[in-house]
Design a protein around this ligand. Structure first.
Ligand SMILES: Nc1ncnc2c1ncn2[C@@H]1O[C@H](COP(=O)(O)OP(=O)(O)OP(=O)(O)O)[C@@H](O)[C@H]1O
Length: 343
């Protein structure tokens, strides 16, 4: 039975590249046994290490790349039975391919999003123009709509391609690394926009990204592809708490800290230090201590303790080391003092 909330679903899907003569003498399987479902109103982030198959999966789900085996259904219909026009009314894509056509304005490119409704020779009616105007405004690209698409920065081009997909007004939007070239404010704006679209207009959004932190915060659900080509799905918090998230990205000397939801950059070689006190001050002090090589804990059984205390001017750091006590008035001062105590 087809679930009306499911826009794209797969059954025992195998993705990859078939054998092709002498250049590729045997079939390359990228991932197999994929059973996933993309639902209306949800933002799903597709994550996995480099080369794990994110782009291949997105292209396969979009009908741009043939599956090796298994089935893909788009709104209940087997995708292979649908025409390109039928697919493009249900599903829009933002891929990483570079633009090669010139002599085309940003406005014209965004208006291409209306092709599934107008055809190549049709003109935009009022509804089409409204959709294009809305897509341009939502992505904040009004200031360069007349520019040639070949004269855009990477970040501008990325927003234009997202605008084109929005103008297409489909039930599902699949985006391959849509935030790769965007600065932080633009990244946040695009993610907020995609979340708003999913939740207000019940669209389904699937985006691949390498920004694990952003995905953990923004996704209703994650699809994780590991190095062995297995796909695991779930809510971000469940996948973190049961260790799956960490296992997919684990590499030597690179581990995930469940307490902070981020990857540790630094190998601790000093400490431990018990850090406690005002939450905001503790958060930033912990970063500085870890960067300086300390193992930081919240448990009491350590000889060295640092308490972060709020003051009228900001914060103060009280160090207790066995019977001795010191006070520091900045993080830099604290790190210097700890260095002297260590030596
Ligand atoms: N045309 C091709 N023929 C054979 N193998 C390919 C082809 N294109 C990609 N691959 C391989 O398929 C695997 C998956 O590639 P894909 O680009 O889907 O990974 P990805 O997760 O998107 O990677 P990244 O995070 O680096 O962008 C890689 O090992 C890649 O080398």
């Amino acid at each position: 039975m087809h679930n009306p909330d499911s826009i794209i679903s797969t059954r025992d899907l195998e993705i990859g590249f078939p054998a092709r003569g002498r250049r590729r003498p045997s079939t390359t399987t990228v991932a197999r046994h994929i059973d996933v479902s993309l639902h209306r109103g949800a933002v799903v982030c597709l994550l996995g290490p480099n080369g794990s198959g994110k782009s291949t999966l997105i292209r396969t789900l979009a009908g741009l790349h043939a599956p090796l085996s298994g089935a893909i259904h788009l709104s209940g219909e087997e995708i292979g039975r649908l025409s390109i026009r039928e697919i493009s009314r249900e599903l829009s894509t933002v891929l990483t391919d570079r633009l090669t056509i010139g002599n085309l304005s940003v406005y014209e490119l965004v208006a291409f999003g209306r092709l599934p409704y107008t055809g190549w020779f049709g003109s935009l009616d009022r509804k089409d123009e409204e959709k294009v105007a809305w897509a341009i405004e939502s992505t904040g690209i009004e200031s360069f709509v007349d520019r040639d698409v070949l004269h855009l920065s990477d970040g501008e081009r990325q927003k234009v391609m997202i605008a084109r997909a929005l103008a297409q007004d489909t039930s599902a939007i699949l985006l391959d690394e849509p935030t790769a070239h965007l600065d932080l404010p633009n990244r946040v704006a695009i993610i907020r926009l995609l979340r708003r679209l999913a939740h207000d207009t019940r669209k389904a959004v699937l985006l691949s990204t390498h920004e694990l932190d952003l995905a953990l915060k923004a996704a209703d659900s994650l699809w994780l592809i590991d190095r062995q080509g297995r796909v695991v799905t779930g809510t971000p918090e469940d996948l973190v708490l049961d260790g799956t998230f960490e296992a997919v990205f684990a590499q030597d000397s690179f581990d995930f800290d469940r307490a902070t939801g981020s990857f540790r950059l630094h190998e601790p070689s000093k400490g431990p230090i018990c850090l406690h006190g005002a939450a905001e001050g503790v958060f930033w002090t912990r970063r500085a201590l870890e960067r300086s090589g300390y193992r930081v804990s919240e448990s009491d059984g350590t000889a060295l303790r640092v308490k972060v205390q709020p003051t009228a001017e900001g914060f103060r750091w009280d160090i207790s080391c066995e019977e001795e006590h010191y006070t520091c008035d900045s993080v830099r001062d604290l790190i210097n003092k700890l260095g002297k105590l260590e030596s």
